[in-house]
Design a protein around this ligand. Structure first.
Ligand code: NAI
Length: 399
């Protein structure tokens, strides 16, 4: 029942989301200020979350997932009245959009489902409060280094201990863009002094990357969410592995290598560092240093040929991967732009790497939100990619 109604609503997602926010803010004008000025990215997150729920209804892990989501939603100042108001507006949007599929049974099923979702999220939030976990971590900007026009290395010092594992990412918010949160990979393994490094690539039209590059200054404070991400898997000792970093995807790979240099300096593997051009290989010196500490790691740098488009570097990378041997034995850690992740994952699967041993996160690209497909044909031709901060991977996972 839940899925059949959602299938109809999802096909009219643009319309449903527009109706949902209009309904919410019309009936609760005070709640507008809880949301960012630009609601476009929100609509994808809302449907990403709903899609996750309806596709995992029978999954026993769903309750845990919703608990984590509730914990994480504290950074949006989500309190019980918001959960009630969102539920009412969501059901109104479904009723408006689902047409003949919105029967009495459908309304009952969705009302119960939303109630359960809201209860689990609020229970997760209450648990976090009881454990003393903050809604967000304030962190002081202690370093702001520019590399060329587009790249900034930020060093942050959280004001209280920030627990995370190498390879994870964090949502960041700054007062320059109230209520906007964007994900960035943490570029270092936990350090004794608690400082964190983020690599920010300025994206054309990207609000947050531009604010962090152009407007943020040393001495200011940013907010950090709890960490998330799938690069917390670890390869069993002795198993070979490959790290592939595209652009600022170097950040989480650097963190993983830092950890490996400390815990497993004898590891055998390959490292590919890919950038659009030579001057964008900002991690080269660091990669050399880490490879010095990891003598079994063989590094290859790949850039596009001068004057060629940046994606040519990916073609070159794919050729280099094809020249490698023994792919079925390797675990692969992959980070970079979504296009690179797709091409490389596909290629590695062809080369024999077990797809469940290819670890990557899909961080949302700022400024590239497309309209969602509205018809079955559009879905088929251009399936939506669900991209959002997934907090459901906090603790380091066992391999
Ligand atoms: N944990 C992760 O996976 C991380 C992912 N990112 C993602 O990286 C992107 C920003 O990175 P930049 O440094 O600006 O990278 P970039 O735009 O300079 O790209 C670096 C390389 O990635 C490849 N690439 C880019 N777009 C591609 C496409 N559509 N198809 C095939 N290959 C493509 C190209 O080889 C390019 O030279 C954002 O999308 C961000 O979300 C950034 C940091 C961490």
């Amino acid at each position: 029942m839940l899925r059949s109604v959602f299938a109809v609503v999802e096909r009219r997602a643009e319309h449903a989301v527009a109706f949902f926010y209009s309904h919410l803010f019309w009936h609760n004008p005070g709640m507008r200020e809880l949301f960012p000025a630009d609601l476009a990215p929100q609509r994808d997150r809302l449907f990403a979350a709903l899609t996750h729920v309806v596709t995992h209804v029978e999954d026993p892990g769903l309750a845990h997932y919703l608990g984590q989501l509730g914990r994480d939603h504290r950074k949006f100042l989500a309190a019980p009245p918001l959960y009630c108001a969102v539920g009412a507006s969501l059901l109104a949007a479904f009723a408006h959009t689902a047409g003949a599929a919105w029967t009495i049974e459908a309304e009952k099923a969705w009302t119960e489902a939303y109630g359960r979702v809201a209860d689990l999220m609020q229970a997760g939030a209450a648990e976090a409060v009881a454990e003393g976990e903050p809604a967000w971590w304030d962190a002081d900007v202690v370093g702001h280094e520019r590399y060329g026009d587009d790249l900034t290395l930020l060093t942050l010092r959280p004001r209280r201990p920030y627990p995370y594992a190498a390879g994870q990412y964090v949502s960041v918010s700054t007062l320059h863009l109230p209520r906007v949160w964007r994900t960035y990979s943490l570029a270092n393994a936990p350090r004794p002094d608690g400082t964190l490094e983020l690599h920010v690539s300025r994206i054309r039209g990207g609000l947050m990357s531009t604010a962090l590059t152009e407007r943020l200054r040393v001495g200011e404070t940013v907010r950090l969410s709890s960490p998330g991400g799938a690069l917390t898997a670890r390869t069993p000792p002795g198993k070979p592995r490959t790290y592939i970093a595209g652009g600022t995807g170097w950040a989480p790979v650097r963190a993983l290598l830092e950890e490996a240099a400390r815990d497993e300096p004898g590891l055998e593997g390959r490292l590919f560092v890919v950038a659009r051009a030579k001057e964008y290989l900002y991690g080269r010196a660091d990669a050399q240093r880490l490879c010095g500490l990891l003598p079994g790691l063989h590094v290859t740098y790949i850039t596009a040929a001068p004057g060629r488009p940046r994606d040519q570097a990916t073609e070159r990378l794919v050729q280099a991967l094809r020249a490698g041997v023994n792919w079925p034995a390797h675990d692969v850690y992959l980070a970079g732009p979504p296009g690179l992740l797709d091409e490389v994952s596909e290629e590695l699967a062809c080369l024999g790497t077990d797809p469940v041993r290819i670890f990557h996160d899909r961080l949302p690209s700022v400024g590239r939100f497309r309209t969602r497909p509205a018809t079955r044909a559009e879905w088929l031709l251009s399936p939506p990619q669900l991209q959002w901060h997934n907090p459901d991977a906090r603790a380091p996972r066992e391999p």
